[in-house]
Each structure stands twice: as structure tokens, then as C-alpha cells.
Design a binder for this molecule. Structure first.
Ligand SMILES: NC(=O)c1ccc[n+]([C@@H]2O[C@H](COP(=O)([O-])OP(=O)(O)OC[C@H]3O[C@@H](n4cnc5c(N)ncnc54)[C@H](O)[C@@H]3O)[C@@H](O)[C@H]2O)c1
Length: 467
């Protein structure tokens, strides 16, 4: 286990990367700190009448752009340091993919698997109330999204509670990752996994990098182990499988399964649903300790569960040649160093799982502008589109870029728009990171941080310091 905290780990990467920039020390300090963090305890009435007191947090790492943006996780392990670290990663992630938000993150310390639906609903609504009370949620202030242990149902309860508590406000844009029927956007559920797929596809397309690893370019035939078959893990695995890669291992909290000749993902999901466990999947080998399953042979390892899954203890035994950091912080800094020395290609979280926030940004744009992508071109003449966009700019005080204007005006199907917008974003960002990695002779994580710090610093510089 790492002896420094998660937030310290993030800041160590920041420090290493900032040495490759020419930014003033004072400004670097402003960027690095977490601007505000809210810790709250509140009661939850369980279905049997017992009262439990739960702890929850929301951290807003950087107010250089508003709203701040970041998921909410329900996990027994969550604490203030973790939430601040994840909020900081959100700041850098948004910058890397040019999403104009600051970073935030929220968490409730609870095992969501042990809650009934009614209990989850009460918990979510009360947490929303606490955030509203302190001004830690709102369409132009701080906009949550799903993360570990939460999904679109929680987002639906949040928007409903927010609307009830703020009857004068336009509530839809207070949270993203909502069901499509509640002003969500098609493609958001699978967006993070799709982004992971695009990022790894880009990494595998670089011939010189693949040659160094002794791999052929492309995804076809690559053997993949996935840890965590939740939102991010399942969807990334699905896209990899569709692209001709082979899922050879799946590791879940109850154990893992492995078959060197490949597993059929949909059959694994059906088996898990029917048996409440992935263990015993026909034709596969059971792995009792799923963490050990990460050490099995494969080309690409996709940790998509929680942080610190690979530490200095198990890193030396990892056989994968590429690590796709679908989860946030799955490697400790010691593990990262060991694996980079071994020549493993690590595609870092702050870039790789940015697909979720990218599509969340599209959803938020759709909500604040009250448009249905795919229809607007048919319903409005160009002139009324322009005046509507101007009205939004005046109301929100922000200027849309040419790209955003196109996105809001184009007469295209929502899924196509979202997917192509996501693909462009992931492809461009990988190109920028790869160039920085070459120019400064640093690994992809440090290269990603350099790009993020430079982009955030420009905004701090132009705004200056109040008063
Ligand atoms: N959901 C998003 O859009 C999103 C966006 C960016 C990053 N992330 C990150 O991706 C990671 C996963 O998030 P998610 O939304 O997919 O969560 P999720 O709750 O949908 O899925 C997590 C999965 O991991 C499994 N799991 C838990 N502990 C495990 C263990 N010890 N070993 C193996 N499997 C285990 C769970 O059973 C679950 O199936 C988190 O680090 C999160 O911060 C999520």
C-alpha cells in the first residue's frame, strides 16, 4: 500500500509535470490546491426503522471555470482525501479534453449494494438537499454526474429533489447522466467506456510504440483482462470485443474468470445475472482472489473498479503490456514507476476516462439551451438559431466557441453527434499528449498533466487574482 495519500499522489504528478512548464510558482500553488470541500453527516432511516448516520463530501477543486463538474460515488471506502484527489483529477481531465468546467467530486461513505431502492432514494434526496443548502450544486455552480456505485436513477432523484427545492430555477442542467426521458442525452451511459475504447485504439495505432512492446498495431486479436464489470468496465469491454479484441479475463468483487481463448462478454453478463456471480462461467477457470487475476497473461489490462488496485506489491507480477486506466487512480505512484521501468505502456486515467465528462458537457449544453439535437435544424431557420444562441450567451455570460455553435445548430442525429464529438475529442487529446510525451521525453501521465496545467494556467493568468 502506498504510504502517501491519493491527493498527495495527484499532487506529486502535478509537481513532476510543472517542472516542464515555465509557470510561476505562486500560480502553480493556486492551481494545485482544492478550493473548497464540504463534509456533512446526516441520518438515513433504514427500511426496518433503524437510523444510520452517514458521512458525505463534495469537493470543488478549481473554480477557474464554472460550473465545476464531477461524479458522485457511493462507496464504503470514500473519504475526504479521496474526494479531493478525484476532484483535482477532474480539473485536469476537463482541461485535457477542452471541456470548459472546473473539477469537483462527491461521495457518500456507504455500501450501496446493501441498500434497498427506497433507502438509496432517501439517501440521494437527502444528500441533494445538503448540497443545495450549502450551494454545492446548480446548473452554473457545480454539476454532479454518476460515478462508482451510482447511475442514471440516482441522477433522476437528484434533479427531482433539486427542482423541488428550487422551484424558480431551471433544474435540468443541475446534474448530468440523467435518463434520456429526463433530458439526458443518448450515448452518455456508455460514453466513458467508449472513450476508453477510442483512447486505447489511438495508443495501439502508434506503430513505434507497438513495436517497442512487441505487439502488432491495432486492436484485432489483442487479449484483454477487465477488472470491474460495471458501467465503465462493461462498456469498454463491449467496444473492445466489437473491434475484434478478445476478452480473456473478467475480475469482479466476488472473484474472477479466465479463459486464454476468449470469453463471450454478453454470455458472461447473462451468467452473472442468473447466478449472482461470474464464477462458474462455462469453459472458464475460476480465480478465487480476483486481484490475483490482474497478474494473468494478457496484452491489455483494464482496471475499471477502484483506485490503488495495483501497488508496489503486485506491480512486479503484472504481465500486461498496456494498462488502460479506465478507473481513476488504479495504480499507486510506486506501481506506476515499477511498470514504466518494465516498459509497460500506461494510458492514464486523466485522459482515458474523460469520455464521460465530455458527453456530460454535451448533455449540459443541451439542457441549458433547451434544444433537442437532431431537430433544431429542422425547426428553426438559421437566423432564429443564431438569436437563440446569442440569448443563451447573454443569459449565461459565456461565449460559445465555433465548435459548440456547430454542435448546437447542426441538423444531425443525437447519437451521431455525441459519438463523433467524443471520438474527435479523444483522438485530438491523444495526439496532443503524445506530442508532449515526445517533446519532453516523459511518460504519458506526466505529458497529460503538462498539457492540463498549461491549459488551466492560461485561464488563471488572464483572470488575475481577486481583489
Ligand atoms: N461512470 C463514469 O462515467 C465514470 C467516468 C470516469 C471515471 N469513472 C471511474 O471508473 C471507475 C468505475 O466506475 P463505474 O461508474 O464503472 O462504477 P460501477 O459502480 O458502475 O462499477 C464498478 C464495478 O467494479 C466492481 N468492483 C468493485 N470492487 C471490485 C474489486 N475489488 N475487484 C473487482 N471488481 C470490483 C463492482 O462490482 C462494479 O461492477 C471508478 O474509478 C470511477 O471513478 C467512472
Amino acid at each position: 500500500m502506498s504510504n502517501i495519500s491519493f491527493f498527495e499522489e495527484v499532487n506529486n504528478c502535478f509537481d513532476k509535470a510543472s517542472r516542464h512548464t515555465s509557470i510561476d510558482q505562486g500560480l502553480l500553488k493556486c492551481i494545485k490546491v482544492c478550493n473548497s470541500s464540504y463534509h456533512v453527516t446526516f441520518p438515513l432511516v433504514r427500511d426496518n426503522g433503524e437510523v444510520e448516520v452517514v458521512q458525505a463530501w463534495r469537493a470543488e477543486h478549481s473554480h477557474h471555470k464554472l460550473p465545476t463538474k464531477g461524479g458522485i460515488r457511493y462507496s464504503e471506502m470514500v473519504n475526504e482525501d479521496e474526494v479531493m484527489a478525484l476532484a483535482a483529477l477532474m480539473t485536469y481531465k476537463c482541461a485535457i479534453v477542452d471541456v470548459p468546467f472546473g473539477g469537483a467530486k462527491g461521495g457518500i461513505q456507504i455500501n450501496a449494494r446493501q441498500l434497498s431502492e427506497k433507502e438509496r432514494e432517501r439517501l440521494t434526496r437527502r444528500y441533494t438537499y445538503e448540497l443545495v443548502r450549502k450551494g454545492f450544486i446548480g446548473p452554473g455552480v457545480d454539476v454532479p454526474a454518476p460515478d462508482y456505485g451510482t447511475g442514471e436513477q440516482e441522477m433522476a432523484w437528484i434533479v427531482d429533489a433539486f427542482a423541488a427545492l428550487n422551484p424558480q430555477m431551471d433544474a435540468d442542467a443541475c446534474v448530468t447522466g440523467k435518463p434520456v426521458a429526463l433530458s439526458g442525452i443518448r450515448g452518455r451511459t456508455e460514453a466513458t467506456g467508449r472513450g476508453v475504447f477510442f483512447g486505447i485504439r489511438e495508443a495501439c495505432a502508434v506503430k513505434e510504440d507497438m513495436e517497442k512492446l512487441g505487439l502488432s498495431p491495432g486492436l484485432e486479436g489483442k487479449k484483454i483482462i477487465v477488472q470491474g464489470l460495471g458501467n465503465v468496465g462493461y462498456h469498454s469491454a463491449n467496444f473492445f470485443e466489437q473491434a475484434g479484441a478478445m476478452i480473456v479475463g473478467v475480475m469482479e468483487y466476488e472473484g474472477g474468470i479466465y479463459n486464454d481463448q476468449g470469453l463471450n462478454l454478453q454470455q458472461v453478463v447473462d451468467h452473472r445475472r442468473a447466478n449472482n456471480s461470474i464464477l462458474g462461467f462455462p469453459g472458464s477457470r475460476n480465480i478465487e482472489d480476483s486481484k490475483q487475476g490482474l497478474e494473468l497473461p494478457c496484452d491489455i489490462l483494464v482496471p475499471a473498479a477502484l483506485e490503488h488496485q495495483i501497488s508496489e506489491e503486485n506491480a512486479p507480477r503484472i504481465q500486461a503490456k498496456i494498462i488502460a486506466e479506465a478507473a481513476n487512480g488504479p495504480l499507486t505512484s510506486e506501481a506506476h514507476e515499477i511498470l514504466v521501468k518494465k516498459g509497460v505502456l500506461i494510458v492514464p486515467d486523466i485522459y482515458l476516462n474523460a469520455g464521460g465528462v465530455t458527453v456530460s458537457y454535451f448533455e449540459w449544453l443541451k439542457n441549458i439551451s433547451h434544444v433537442r439535437f437532431g431537430r433544431i435544424g429542422k425547426r428553426f431557420e438559421q437566423s432564429s438559431q443564431n438569436s437563440m444562441l446569442q440569448a443563451i450567451e447573454m443569459a449565461t455570460g459565456r461565449k460559445f466557441s465555433e465548435e459548440e455553435r456547430k454542435l448546437l445548430s447542426k441538423d444531425a442525429d443525437e447519437v451521431t453527434l455525441v459519438d463523433s464529438g467524443l471520438e474527435d475529442t479523444m483522438v485530438n487529446a491523444y495526439g496532443e499528449i503524445w506530442e508532449t510525451h515526445k517533446r519532453h521525453n516523459v511518460d504519458l501521465r506526466i505529458a497529460s498533466f503538462i498539457n492540463a496545467i498549461n491549459k488551466v494556467a492560461v485561464i488563471y493568468q488572464r483572470r488575475g487574482i481577486f481583489p
